[in-house]
Design a binder for this molecule. Structure first.
Ligand code: NAD
Length: 259
């Protein structure tokens, strides 16, 4: 087991990529704080992990709330004894051309991605510094490195995560904290399923063409990235023990955006 006796806090963990990472971490022996916006979904996710033989604690945490992030991080440390891994994963998407984008939508997307990453990182670092180390993972995107039309705040926010990870890598190095970014290509989750009809309408394409010509066009094989592949990358980075791998970003995308 690669994460035996580790404690991980994952945001947006009731669904999609966050849930897949939570299950993989639990399989590797970690205790996982499954945090998300509402209790029934977090409880369902934690129950499934328990049914698979893992250990998970469900907690409600809106990553844009300073008060909730502070209180929940404190509760995780009290209940599970430590905090070794933070996965800043919670995310939302808005599809709109920039000239029509409401300021409120710009702010909401950036708040979830950047305020959320800042607040959870700050709360986690205090404990990781006390313990003498830890690992911070940000779920970026190929959109941390590329722009796609109609996604202004998402692209800006995901690019911002690269800068934050590099900063945390530098400030955390002397105290045993590493920070890295995983940059998935398109993964079939509710976040993507919702935007297929929205993009089809905005671009005047069929939904099949949005998938084929927009989402998967630049991959080497026309395939969506699997949840399990993103989760495996997260286990690898979380378990990596030295500063040899910090401040980096790993693209997991079937070849879309080769660096
Ligand atoms: P998803 O919609 O399945 O899951 C996102 C989760 O985040 C949801 O459970 C939602 O409730 C939660 N969330 C939203 N706002 C929140 C907030 N303020 N506080 C706490 N939780 C909140 O989507 P997903 O595809 O699994 O996305 C997870 C992450 O992966 C996001 O950061 C997303 O940008 C990123 N990502 C997704 C893809 C993809 O193709 N699906 C590709 C690259 C990156």
């Amino acid at each position: 087991m690669r994460l035996k006796d580790k404690v991980a806090l994952i945001t947006g963990a009731a669904s999609g990529i966050g849930f897949a990472i939570a299950r993989a971490f639990a399989r590797e022996g970690a205790s996982v704080a499954v945090t998300d916006l509402d209790l029934p979904r977090t409880e369902r996710a934690a129950a499934q992990i328990a049914a698979e033989g893992g250990h998970a604690v469900p907690l409600v945490m809106d990553v844009t709330s300073e008060q909730q992030v502070e209180a929940v991080t404190t509760e995780v440390i009290r209940a599970l004894g430590r905090l070794d891994i933070l996965v800043s994963n919670a995310g939302v998407q808005v599809v709109s051309p920039l000239e029509e984008l409401a300021f409120a939508d710009w702010r909401r997307v950036l708040a979830v991605h950047l305020d959320g990453a800042f607040l959870t990182t700050r709360a986690a670092l205090r404990q990781m510094y006390r313990q003498g180390g830890g690992s911070v993972l940000y779920i970026g995107s190929v959109h941390s490195k590329e722009a796609s039309v109609l996604k202004a705040p998402y692209v800006a926010g995901k690019h911002g995560l690269l800068g934050l990870a590099r900063l945390v890598a530098k400030e955390g190095a002397a105290r045993g904290v590493r920070a890295n970014v995983i940059c998935p290509g398109f993964v079939r989750t509710p976040l993507v399923d919702r935007q297929i009809p929205e993009q089809a309408k905005a671009l005047g394409l069929s939904e099949e063409d949005v998938v084929r010509e927009v989402m998967l066009k630049e991959t080497v094989d026309g395939q969506f990235t699997a949840l399990e592949d993103v989760a495996e990358a997260a286990v690898f980075l979380a378990a990596f023990e030295s500063n040899a791998l910090t401040g980096q970003s790993l693209v997991v995308s079937h070849g879309w955006h080769m660096q």
